[in-house]
Design a protein around this ligand. Structure first.
Ligand code: SF4
Length: 386
């Protein structure tokens, strides 16, 4: 891993000795702050929050709060990493023909335009690159740079099989309006690009910006979306809500603002232990999204990234959620429950595994359309085998 991702990279695997020194669960404010301080020292991701996220967390009960759990690490809740975890669990750097472009599926590419985000999620798939360096991880950043982007555009332009581009990072909310236009216009000008989406958690974590007429980002987004429609190409926004508490009246207004301007918005949720791993929470989230005209697109099994094992669930959890939820919500509003295969097999429906041994927590997978007969494995967290 270390050599593959970058020379300045450290493996932050949680050592048993560190677990032995794990502080007790805090019982007062001072202990909580010390617990956070120690948690930050060990976390692969830096901490960044927005006022919106700070306002929707329940700071009277931060230990159990589903918002705090996603963004603020606590040393006392650290769980030993599974030995198969890695920072770049999806092997994105292996599938990158040029820096910042993942080309795994024949027709689709992932363009990592920036490595900054309005918030930093503890469980980020791209913790090898996103955010500032931490005590345990020196990042391989993807800075917004027209020169770097040119090599990405060259690859896309010279590969006619590519029809679909995901512009991500990092988060498109951290691109300037001019950069958003530059990327949008360039992609729209490539004849074989039929559709693209900008990935942003902005609607979930900083919705007020979407309602601010002085902010040029939304105007640029709507402009690109309109241009795409006129050309018969779909430009969409892919956002990322994980819990119903993230949806406020401001979020509803922001989503309405985008809907009225014809912007297609889809949501990708990450399944997280103690955050959204029960039927009521997940169903409520899906319904709230549907009511805001945000398409509930994917629920992801948490990736096998290091340092956040306390947030990962066994495969059995996503299987049970899918079983309980399917049929209770209109089919077109029911998300696909998927596993993004560790090692680069791409996304598969969670219930399409080849084998699943609940005692050992090992499931096997194939992705014939992408990688032929190669077998991929997903490992349940050691402390949660069913
Ligand atoms: S917003 Fe997305 S890219 Fe940024 S830290 Fe969160 S999961 Fe990672």
């Amino acid at each position: 891993m270390g050599t593959r991702v970058g020379s300045g990279f450290h493996e932050p695997q949680v050592a048993a000795s560190r677990l032995d020194k794990r502080p007790k669960a805090p019982t007062n404010r001072e202990e909580f702050l010390l617990d956070v301080e120690e948690g930050i020292k060990q976390a692969p991701m830096a901490v960044r929050l927005t006022p919106h996220i700070l306002s929707v967390a329940d700071w009277s009960d931060p230990i159990d709060d589903p918002i705090r759990k996603q963004f603020v690490p606590l040393a006392s809740t650290i769980v030993e990493d599974h030995p198969q975890l890695s920072l770049d669990s999806l092997h994105e750097t292996d599938d990158s023909p040029v820096p910042g472009l993942v080309h795994r599926y024949p027709e689709k590419v992932l363009f990592l335009a920036t490595s900054n985000c309005p918030v930093y999620c503890r469980y980020c798939t791209r913790s090898y690159a996103v955010g500032s360096n931490t005590d345990s991880v020196l990042k391989t950043p993807m800075k917004p740079s027209k020169r770097r982007w040119e090599t990405v555009f060259d690859h896309i332009e010279n590969t006619p099989a590519i029809q679909d581009v995901v512009v991500s990072g990092g988060d498109s909310y951290h691109l300037s309006a001019d950069h958003l236009r530059l990327i949008g216009d360039r992609l729209l000008s490539i004849p074989h690009i039929k559709r693209f989406r900008f990935a942003t958690k902005g609607l979930a974590v900083n919705p007020i910006r979407i309602l601010d007429d002085r902010d040029g980002w939304v105007a640029a987004f709507v402009e690109i979306s309109d241009k795409g429609r006129a050309l018969g190409k779909q430009v969409a926004m892919h956002t990322h809500f994980n819990h119903p508490h993230e949806c406020t009246w401001v979020t509803e207004l922001a989503a309405r603002h985008l809907f009225e301007r014809g912007v297609v918005v889809r949501n990708q949720t990450v399944l997280l232990r103690g955050v959204n791993d029960d039927v009521v929470t997940m169903s409520t989230l899906i319904r709230k999204l549907a009511d805001m005209n945000i398409q509930p697109y994917y629920v992801y099994q948490s990736d096998m990234v290091q340092g956040v094992e306390d947030l990962r669930t066994p495969l059995s959890t996503i299987l049970e959620l899918e079983k309980q939820i399917r049929g209770t919500i209109a089919g077109f509003m029911t998300p696909s429950f998927v596993v993004d295969l560790p090692g680069g097999g791409g996304k598969r429906l969670a219930n399409s595994f080849e084998t699943y041994d609940r005692a050992t927590g090992v499931s096997t997978w194939k992705a014939p359309g992408v990688t032929g007969e190669k077998v991929f494995r997903y490992y349940d967290p050691i402390d949660r085998r069913t």
